[in-house]
Design a binder for this molecule. Structure first.
Ligand SMILES: N[C@H](CCC[C@H](N)C(=O)O)C(=O)O
Length: 285
């Protein structure tokens, strides 16, 4: 099966185009674990399948490194948008992609070689109520700067769903904070019935934040598109930044521009990059 490996700011996915050539009744959870493994597979943060859709121009399915299926992937949306436009599956620079979390529109910007350089994604409106994250507790209230203890230390969480769940904490220095230690503890906390992505944010000024992430199902990654959106929403809810203004989000893998507009939609703009193409030997166990 042919694949294309791509990354969005270092958040890498192995992409399988199912539009022309489909896997036969494949167990995708195990396939994602095998392919994502750098020793027995290709090495990535997960896999993405491009499929046809009844409600959008295309559909993608996203599987994390541990085989769990995710409902949205901001970096993956940009990679897939670049792949589809560059390989002429679309001619319009704007088209729609369905994920389990909903339908988002993408707008591509090409370089001098007519290849996609930047992609702007309509990431939809964030969901804030505990029942929508999902998170245990009163389902009809939001979690904004709410104290919770993990390993006898109290952290103030602001939780946002961008189709997938994010727990955001504000810290003084994202590089110093031991996210590798506390991330997995919060990811698997009983507070989050479907687990959670764990992000830390340092607010530099009202138009700029630093962000690092421990991803549900993939661990520390270089970038997380949905997480960057959740970080901007959380910083706005805590009144650290202003709504409807573009915010530069600095991630270990590079920068994204995010804007939560007055209509409630979150927009994210950033690059997507090819790494390699190849063939996955289906008998690889
Ligand atoms: N680990 C995430 C999915 C990938 C999201 C991330 N890579 C992005 O760019 O948004 C989850 O289980 O919700």
């Amino acid at each position: 099966m042919l694949f294309t490996k791509m990354h969005g700011l270092g958040n890498a996915y192995v992409i399988f185009n199912q539009l022309d050539d489909e896997f036969e009744n494949q167990e995708f959870h195990q396939l994602a674990k095998n392919i994502s493994d750098v020793n027995i597979g290709i090495g990535s943060d997960g896999i993405i399948l491009i499929c046809s859709s009844k409600v959008a121009d295309f559909q993608i399915r996203i599987f994390n490194k541990d085989g769990s299926e995710a409902k949205n992937c901001g970096n993956g949306m940009r990679c897939v948008a670049k792949f589809l436009f560059d390989h002429m599956y679309v001619t319009s620079p704007r088209f729609t992609i369905e994920t389990l979390g909903g339908v988002g529109s993408v707008d591509v910007e090409v370089d001098h070689k007519q290849m996609v350089k930047y992609v702007t994604v309509d990431m939809g409106a964030p969901k804030l109520l505990k029942g929508m994250i999902p998170m245990i507790g009163d389902p009809f209230i939001a979690t904004i700067n709410e104290p919770h203890s993990f390993d006898e230390v109290t952290y103030n969480l602001t939780c946002v769903s961008m189709g997938n769940p994010h727990a955001i904490m504000f810290v003084d220095d994202v590089k110093q904070f031991p996210l590798e230690n506390i991330g997995p503890t919060i990811e698997r906390s009983v507070l989050f019935p479907e687990r959670v992505n764990v992000g830390i944010v340092c607010v530099k000024n009202r138009q700029e934040i630093d962000y690092r992430v421990w991803e549900r199902g993939s661990g520390m990654t270089m970038a997380c598109g949905t997480g960057a959106c959740a970080a901007v929403v959380a910083a706005t809810l805590n009144e650290f930044i202003d709504k409807n203004k573009p915010v530069t989000v600095h991630l270990p893998g590079g920068d994204l521009t995010v804007r939560w507009d007055e209509s409630g939609t979150v927009w994210k703009r950033g690059e997507a990059t090819y790494i390699c193409h190849g063939e996955w030997e289906m008998d690889t166990k």
